[in-house]
Design a protein around this ligand. Sequence first.
Ligand SMILES: Cc1cc2nc3c(=O)[nH]c(=O)nc-3n(C[C@H](O)[C@H](O)[C@H](O)COP(=O)(O)OP(=O)(O)OC[C@H]3O[C@@H](n4cnc5c(N)ncnc54)[C@H](O)[C@@H]3O)c2cc1C
Length: 290
Amino acid sequence: VKPREFEYVRPTTVDDVLALLAERGDDAKLLAGGQSLVPMLNFRLTAPDLLIDLNHVASLRLLRRVDGWLRIGAMTRQSTLEASATAAESWPLLRAALRWVAHPPIRNRGTVGGSVAHADPAAELPVVLATLDAVFHVASARGRRSVPAAEFFTGNLSTVLETDDLLERIDVPPPVDGTLWAFKEFARRHGDFALGGAAATIVRDGERCARLRLGLMGAATVPVVADIAAAEGREIGSLAELDVTDEIGDLIHPTPDLHGDAQFRRRIVLAMAHDAVRDAAARATGEPLS
Ligand SMILES: Cc1cc2nc3c(=O)[nH]c(=O)nc-3n(C[C@H](O)[C@H](O)[C@H](O)COP(=O)(O)OP(=O)(O)OC[C@H]3O[C@@H](n4cnc5c(N)ncnc54)[C@H](O)[C@@H]3O)c2cc1C
């Protein structure tokens, strides 16, 4: 299948991208890694008049720690973030989740910003970035704004981004020292989109849990993040026995498709949530990871 004919431009600065979007945004698409957009063009699920290639805008490729925050330019390749020692040292959840994103050749082209802007509810990065309270920096010719992760995703494949908006950068806040973490997902084959998954973080207060947070993937049309009240103050070693179903059950409304009905997907998300809590706690107790 071939895409409909389109114009192609290759700007080199953010200002040029914003000017193009201001003029032609309604009829244009931004091209990042192309790993989601190109199949959609080929199937004519989208048919823009203009493709604005972001691959030559060098300022969108930054990846560094600034004042304790991790700054991720939108055009940072998924594989670059996966390989980053800085990211792995302080935000290990990112690398753990990225290993589940498709296959290495796709992560070599696919970008962090593209994954976030595409907003697939079964994608790893949106849910992990939401769990980590990331902030999304959006620019347009109208100005710049920062959007917290909790407000960025609005539905299946949709976000607050307008047709003249560019996602410029994603900032991840400094981690709390000693935070325990785990990422679990279930896919039919490694590299397939997940049927369900969960990220868990445990902020410690000595041997006790100060905060247990779960990020749920494939649970709804947007990433679902919940802090588990029943975990507060409990000994970390006892969290493996904690049943989180009461607190997250009402938040899980998966979309059925040919890979699984809603009930099947719901059970997978719950199982991944329990496994993630158990594995995060096991990092403190030395129990083997599942
Ligand atoms: C076989 C296969 C398997 C895959 N499996 C997975 C998987 O398991 N998990 C997963 O998470 N993903 C998976 N993906 C998708 C992959 O992660 C994509 O790289 C990602 O969804 C989109 O990133 P991209 O850089 O390729 O963006 P593109 O495809 O170029 O763009 C995607 C969308 O985002 C918009 N966009 C891109 N950048 C910006 C920006 N800076 N500002 C505003 N809008 C922007 C584009 O206009 C487009 O609408 C898979 C892809 C393939 C082909």
